[in-house]
Design a protein around this ligand. Structure first.
Ligand code: HEM
Length: 149
């Protein structure tokens, strides 16, 4: 029996995810709210992590897991002030990047639906910006950080 074709393969494999994430980080590099959130001045390593995560998520190589372990994305974003403004900026750069790679409409819709839901799920504060990193580490009562991604 032949293996089913993965979404990763359908969109064109690693090259497509690289192009997507490169375009996305070109936007982030110019963003006055998002850029300062990144601990490293060079966005290259962050771009590599996002590329490998997305590739793995969609059925490609498991390099992300081998090097970074379980994604636990909500938990990993807790040190950052991800409020609705940050989410909307993230999504605006990602939208431009998705447009740039010009996938067939059905594939594009699948990818965008996921990215939009993931970005909404990543919001961890509604407090005004400027208070520094989250002090509590928890988004509020009843929300499990561990299993949220
Ligand atoms: C909603 C707004 C978001 C903001 C402001 C944001 C911001 C950040 C920042 C500042 C980092 C640390 C950079 C690094 O060292 O890697 C990071 C890491 C990361 N983000 Fe986001 N992010 C957002 C949404 C998302 C979404 C929706 C996804 C997945 C679809 C995602 C996937 C990742 C991954 C995979 C990493 C690297 C995790 C690791 O292995 O350490 N982010 N993000």
């Amino acid at each position: 029996m032949t293996e089913p074709v993965t979404f990763y393969e359908q969109v064109g494999g690693m090259d497509t995810f690289r192009r997507l994430v490169d375009a996305f980080y070109r936007g982030v590099a110019e963003d006055e709210v998002l850029k300062p959130m990144y601990p490293e001045e060079d966005l290259g390593p962050a771009a590599e992590r996002l590329t490998l995560f997305l590739a793995q998520y969609w059925g490609g190589p498991t390099t992300y897991g081998e090097t970074r372990g379980h994604p636990r994305l909500r938990m990993r974003h807790m040190p950052f002030h991800v409020d609705p403004d940050a989410r909307d900026r993230w999504l605006a750069h990602m939208r431009a990047a998705v447009d740039e790679i010009a996938l067939p409409p059905v594939l594009e819709a699948t990818l965008w639906d996921y990215l939009e839901r993931a970005a909404f799920a990543m919001v961890n504060t509604f407090e005004p910006r400027g208070g520094g990193p989250q002090r509590t580490g928890r988004p509020g009562p009843g929300l499990s950080v561990r299993n949220a991604d």
